[in-house]
Design a protein around this ligand. Sequence first.
Ligand code: GAR
Length: 199
Amino acid sequence: MKRLGILLSGRGSNFEAIADSVAAGRLDAEIAIVISNRREARGLEIARARGFPAVCIPSKGLPREDYDRQLIAELKSRDVDLICLAGFMRLLTAEFCREFPMRILNIHPSLLPAFPGLDAQKQALEHGVKISGCTAHFVDEHLDAGPIVLQAAAAVLAGDTAETLSARILKEEHRIYSEAIRIVLAGGWRIEGRRVVVD
Ligand code: GAR
């Protein structure tokens, strides 16, 4: 069974959706560890309530390199096959990315390469796009930048606020993230340039 390491910083709804997919048998994997960089993250509470191994590795005040070395050690000790960032609001070092090549996924609430970084839904709204969405992608050391596994669109409606648009996009995030994880774990894909080609 493939082992997932989940990294989160907050609410943890994408983690919950992954856990639901595992529980429902849609995803043939097990959640080996949930790690939060913030003690107060709701996602950490949910992980513990659902009986998953969960730890907090606080990031506050630590140099990025030192922090990422702690993360690497924890993930290696849990023998994870794939790392899933689920609202993990930190940029990873090149060293971290080199440790797990093509074994880190992220979900981002925009159609990348549009609107990387923080508050992607607010950025989309303010830019005036009519369609936004979400992207499940491999992670490299650049922000929201690695090869794209799946995307889904969500309409931007008249009268949307950042909250209403975020909720519409989040539904799609919950759907495509598990599917992207399933594709990556299944193998039979390769990277051509920036493209993820699934056989
Ligand atoms: C999600 O919308 C996720 O796409 C976003 O943070 C939210 C976390 O929610 N991630 C990023 O913006 C990463 N750049 P969740 O904790 O409920 O999954």
